[in-house]
Design a protein around this ligand. Structure first.
Ligand code: GMT
Length: 373
């Protein structure tokens, strides 16, 4: 198949999934065309089946907001024509589903199918804002196929938008060969001492991720467990989190690493992963942690309980319940055998249901189904 993929190319789970999907499909022989404003950050392997089409927006003094959406739609149409695309798969509805709709209408001779994958805040935050609501609903309904990354997000889409089209749940996935525990690669020796446990949080440090909860739970863990808390990522809550850590006397034990490549290597050094979000339609970072045998403490929101089975392969607490988070952290970090047992079960959960080999064929089958409708 000839498949166009559009996503946000910079950091973020939707861009990561879109890119991993494109790479996996290319390995199976499909021709993949990424269309975006820069090369997706996870696009790391060379494959002759992958091309990248850059969307350039002409600057002009009249434009306070250069119209990227129009340039993207025009590029989608051009690539669809030139590369004879069968499917245009857009990730994150706003504005990509609208651009795809426009592109399809510009094409005179080609019958192209548009598939929109909903990832989370495109529905729950951005798409449901009144400035975007109507156009997001319209563009989703005009797609030939719609997928959501969890049942919870499917339900949110139905209730917030009243969409009557079928929405197929295809969960996020991970490359379990890359995301696996490789202790020998643990390269944090100058940050963490041999006898210290490593707690980890990775995110874009926006308010929805509640990074300050990580600090507030850690202040309860630190006196009981010799450890460091590593925080990876950049975002608006970095400064408040750093200030809170200093205020709580944790300046030396909370390490902000900033944006990092090679999360799989950092995960290999971790003993516990924390995801205290107040919204998380799936929680890709938790999946990647579980794939590396790292027990996760997550919150009872969105798709997280569809991934973590509480007490079996991880832990779930209510949003903001830092006491419970700390309790789970202490129980797991003070008993190595228990920690590794939870970690092994977490990886098994991933292998059973969320490995690339399990999920990518679901997308391929869905493309076929939509094409044959
Ligand atoms: O919606 C966002 O916050 C951004 C988006 C992204 O591009 O990373 O994250 C969402 O999509 C991810 C990939 O499907 C999911 O793993 C995240 O849970 C989801 N984020 C939220 O729902 C807050």
């Amino acid at each position: 198949m000839n498949i166009g993929i559009t996503c946000y190319p910079t950091y973020g789970g939707s861009g990561a999934i879109a890119t991993e999907l494109g790479q996996a499909l290319a390995r199976s022989g499909h021709k993949i065309h990424f269309i975006s404003y820069s090369i997706p950050f996870r696009l790391q392997e060379y494959n002759q089946n992958i091309s990248f089409h850059d969307v350039e927006v002409m600057p002009y003094p009249l434009f306070k907001y250069p119209p990227y959406t129009l340039a993207l739609a025009a590029k989608m149409a051009a690539v669809a024509e030139e590369a004879k695309l069968d499917v245009l798969h857009v990730h994150y509805a706003v504005p990509h589903a609208t651009c795809a709709f426009l592109a399809r209408h510009m094409l005179k001779s080609r019958d192209i199918k548009i598939i929109t994958t909903l990832h989370g805040t495109d529905i729950t935050l951005v798409g449901s804002d009144k400035s975007f609501y109507q156009i997001t609903k319209f563009s989703i309904e005009e797609s030939d196929g719609i997928t959501a990354v969890s049942e919870s997000l499917r339900q949110d889409t139905l209730s917030l938008f009243g969409i009557e089209n079928e929405i197929r749940v295809i969960p996020n996935f991970v490359d379990t060969n890359r995301f696996k525990r490789k202790e020998a690669h643990c390269d944090l020796k100058n940050i963490v001492q041999e006898d210290e446990k490593v707690l980890l949080h990775v995110s874009n440090l926006r308010p929805v991720k509640r990074v300050t909860d990580v600090i507030r739970m850690y202040v309860k863990v630190k006196p009981k467990i010799k450890s460091k808390l590593l925080i990876v990522g950049e975002g608006p809550d970095r400064v408040p989190a750093q200030e809170l850590a200093a205020e709580l006397g944790l300046r030396d034990s909370v390490v902000f690493l900033g944006q990092q490549e090679g999360i799989d290597d950092i995960l290999s050094c971790a003993d516990l992963y924390l995801l205290p979000s107040e919204q998380e339609s799936f929680g890709l970072s938790a999946l990647e942690a579980m794939s590396c045998e790292v027990p996760v403490v997550g919150t009872n929101v969105g798709g997280v309980p569809e991934l973590i089975q509480h007490g079996k392969n991880g832990f779930i607490t209510e949003v903001g319940d830092v006491d419970k988070m700390a309790e789970h952290a202490i129980s797991v970090l003070s008993d190595d055998a228990y920690r590794s047992q939870i970690g092994i079960k977490a990886r098994q959960r991933v292998l059973d249901s969320f490995g690339e080999d399990r999920v990518v064929p679901q997308y391929e089958a869905y493309y076929e189904e939509v094409l044959n409708r």
